[in-house]
Write a protein that binds this ligand. Sequence first.
Ligand code: SF4
Length: 215
Amino acid sequence: MKNHLSLVSKLDGVDSFIVPLSTCQDFCKYYDFHVCYWLNNPHKDYKNPRLMYIRNLRLMRSSNFVKVLSNEILRANCRKFRFFSGGQTETVEQLENILKICKICHQTKFAIMINADWQIQALIKSGYEIPKNANLLLSNYIPNSKTPDFIKNHLIKYNIGVTQTTLIKKLSNCEASMIKNGTCGTCEKCYNVKDITFKIHGRSNEKRIKDYEER
Ligand code: SF4
């Protein structure tokens, strides 16, 4: 049986599901500015991660997705799980399938981060209820940009949170991102908290973002 899960060392070995960046890059300024974490740090745990992500995408598009992935997560017996360390869902139907998997694997805590605001809006419109063990977060696709309060206040009514990034350390509430090569340790904010700010690392990333902001 083929495995579709990745262990992400930055997250202290939390299991994760990753699909190619082709699913998120078109809507994302991190990709355009070469600030995207996965673009600069390709996954090293597998011989050919690119093939694995393509295989994962094929699965996510298939009618077997919910059954196959929930079985794998149940077998892995993990306490925490991350959708997506790279990539995202392509349609609201795929997003609903992710939430179905969370419901089936009710003993696991899920963090789900996507930047596709239209999928979140369609999900809200459909009235789909987010399972208690799933923390669905809309990622801001512009680096160093705070998500406006009106968006945050709207989403929270539906139990959906937001994430954004900053260049200013004191504005971040993610411990792992404040330290070079930092890991999550005992922090579980991604699985519970509805407003998370990650710190962007590296002088070259800072320069790329500042160059863009000054344009
Ligand atoms: S907020 Fe906490 S759980 Fe999320 S990435 Fe940062 S350290 Fe890890």
